[in-house]
Design a protein around this ligand. Structure first.
Ligand code: SAH
Ligand code: DHB
Ligand code: MG
Length: 221
């Protein structure tokens, strides 16, 4: 199978499980119109994030890497009316697009987009000492993944989930000339996760329109 053939996998899942969704489609259209990169999760991955949030009964969710708010909409839809999603984004322009998309989705009351480097946002959350999170979704700069894992372990409740995007493309398919801080960050994240006694974890390969990649899934003891 090549990347192009993988597209039929996304088509198949979307045809069966995911009907038209004007709010999500408008979020992607506005993000593209604003010139944001098209590196959001796929609809199938978004529906998996929602399912995982529902499975852990999530009331508090943390996202690292908002972009235009596409995955945030999927996650926030799993929350009860008094639930909360905090999502961290370095780029003010991305945050602005995300806030508009979340407002159109009717989710502005449960989602807070915090602008700044994730490392600072995470330190502030730890300092605040609020209730821990039921689910953390890591999807920002890949070089930061090992650091984000440390913070996520501190901020997630026992029985909660840590999920991370893009853990296989740059790691399992070794292309030495393609090595950089991002590939290195992903490999260190995966190795740390595998050796971490506080979680039961695995890497779930995903295929679709954008080829092969994978999600890390970690259940916190
Ligand atoms: N989760 C989104 C996609 C996120 S793309 C979705 O699926 O819809 C990664 C995002 O992380 C980009 O918006 C980028 O600006 C942001 N980012 C990159 N480095 C960051 C950092 N150090 N701190 C916070 N956000 C960062
Ligand atoms: C890319 C994809 C992602 O899901 C991401 O978080 C960052 C970059 C990419 O395809 O370049
Ligand atoms: Mg990603």
């Amino acid at each position: 199978m090549n990347d192009n053939q993988f597209a039929v996998v996304d088509d198949y899942i979307e045809d069966l499980f995911l009907g038209p969704d004007p709010v999500l489609e408008a979020a992607l259209a506005d993000a593209a119109a604003a010139g944001l990169p098209t590196i959001h999760v796929s609809p199938a991955q978004g529906s998996l994030l929602r399912l995982l949030a529902l499975a852990v009964g999530a009331r508090r969710v943390l996202e690292i890497g908002t972009l235009g708010g596409y995955s945030a909409i999927w996650l926030a839809r799993a929350l009860p009316a008094d639930g909360r999603l905090i999502t961290l984004e370095r780029e003010p322009r991305h945050a602005e697009v995300a806030r508009a998309n979340l407002a159109r989705a009717g989710l502005a009351d449960r989602v807070e987009v915090r602008v700044g480097p994730a490392a600072e946002g995470l330190a502030a959350l730890a300092r605040a000492g609020d209730a821990p999170f039921d689910l953390v979704f890591i999807d920002a700069d890949k070089a930061g993944y090992p650091d984000y894992l440390d913070w996520s372990l501190r901020l997630t409740r026992p029985g909660g989930l840590i999920v991370a995007d893009n853990v296989l493309r740059r790691a399992a398919i070794a292309v030495p000339e393609d090595d950089d801080a991002d590939a290195d960050g992903i490999r260190r994240f995966n190795a740390r996760l595998a050796a971490e006694p506080r979680v039961t974890a695995t890497l779930l390969p995903t295929v679709g329109r954008k080829g092969l990649d994978g999600l890390a899934l970690a259940w916190v003891h």
